[in-house]
Design a binder for this molecule. Structure first.
Ligand SMILES: C[S@@+](CC[C@H](N)C(=O)[O-])C[C@H]1O[C@@H](n2cnc3c(N)ncnc32)[C@H](O)[C@@H]1O
Length: 268
């Protein structure tokens, strides 16, 4: 396990993923009944952008720094900006489990999972103050298998692997079929990188065959087949919360200018 998210925290890929995540959680809160979230690849929860590692890449500059500079943004971007604001003042950036934990109500539940032995300790410390957040240290796919369907019957699973394994795309294709059998009505958010050599079309095909309600949201910094560059990233939403695809699409113009890239969207 060599991947450390601190080098990439707050980059353009985090921004698009976390914006989509915040809107999904915001939607889930519209009903009084509690919901369940499993963050299967949680990371550390909070990242110091002044750290040596973050300063080495400075990826956050073209990501969250650019987004936080947008003035008078539409409400949905402001909703995300507000979740970041306190950390941003001291040059920190919250990861997915902390973003989720902060948005929960007492009746909601978060399971945040992380396999890396150091990062899981950091995650525990960062989620320590949240009564309805629990940290697990398991393989992500085992954690999903063990916890879906949840008793709440409504909620979301975030799948955000580091893509260190060559067959991660094939694993996702297989896992998606299993999730459908176990919990067909759950919302699943899958993040993936776009690079020329990666089998993105296989993942698209599996998502599009998954069901009637699937949204694929991609952001490209370079042409998708450009060799040897990180060309962009995508978010797949299986059973997206009502209105979230539309709410995200409306923001594309502003995001395009701030993050400097283009969007491609697919909907079944
Ligand atoms: C892209 S990072 C997660 C970032 C986080 N979701 C966020 O948005 O802030 C991927 C994380 O998965 C962890 N990881 C790698 N293999 C794993 C596995 N098999 N099971 C669970 N976590 C794993 C890595 O240590 C890393 O922290």
């Amino acid at each position: 396990m060599n991947y450390r998210h601190i080098y990439h925290a707050g980059n353009f890929a985090d921004v698009m993923k976390h914006l989509a995540l915040v809107l999904c959680i915001d939607y889930l809160k519209q009903k009084e009944k509690g919901f369940f979230v499993l963050d299967a690849h949680g990371g550390c929860g909070l990242y110091d952008l002044k750290s040596e590692q973050a300063q080495k890449t400075k990826e956050y500059e073209a990501g969250i720094a650019a987004l936080m500079a947008v003035q008078e943004a539409p409400d949905d971007i402001q909703l995300y900006q507000r979740q970041i604001a306190k950390d941003w003042k001291r040059k920190h950036y919250p990861g997915s489990p902390l973003l989720i934990a902060r948005m929960l109500r007492p009746q909601d539940q978060l399971l945040a999972n992380e396999l890396h032995p150091e990062d899981v300790q950091t995650l525990k410390a960062n989620l320590g103050g949240f009564e309805n957040a629990r940290v697990l240290q398991m393989d992500a796919y085992e954690a999903i298998r063990a916890h879906i369907p949840p008793t709440q019957r409504r909620g979301l699973v975030l799948i955000d692997p580091p893509f260190e394994k060559k067959d991660e795309f094939q694993t996702l294709v297989k896992q998606m079929k299993e999730w459908k059998k176990r919990w067909p009505t759950g919302t699943y958010m899958i993040w993936y990188p776009i690079k020329a050599h990666l089998p993105v079309p296989e993942l698209h095909e599996a998502a599009q065959n998954w069901g009637e309600d699937v949204f694929i949201w991609e952001f490209l910094k370079h042409p998708r087949h450009q060799a040897e560059t990180f060309n962009g990233s995508g978010v797949i939403l299986l059973n997206p919360p009502y209105q979230v695809p539309g709410r995200l699409s409306i923001l594309e113009n502003i995001l395009r200018h701030a993050l400097r890239g283009i969007f491609e969207t697919y909907k079944t």
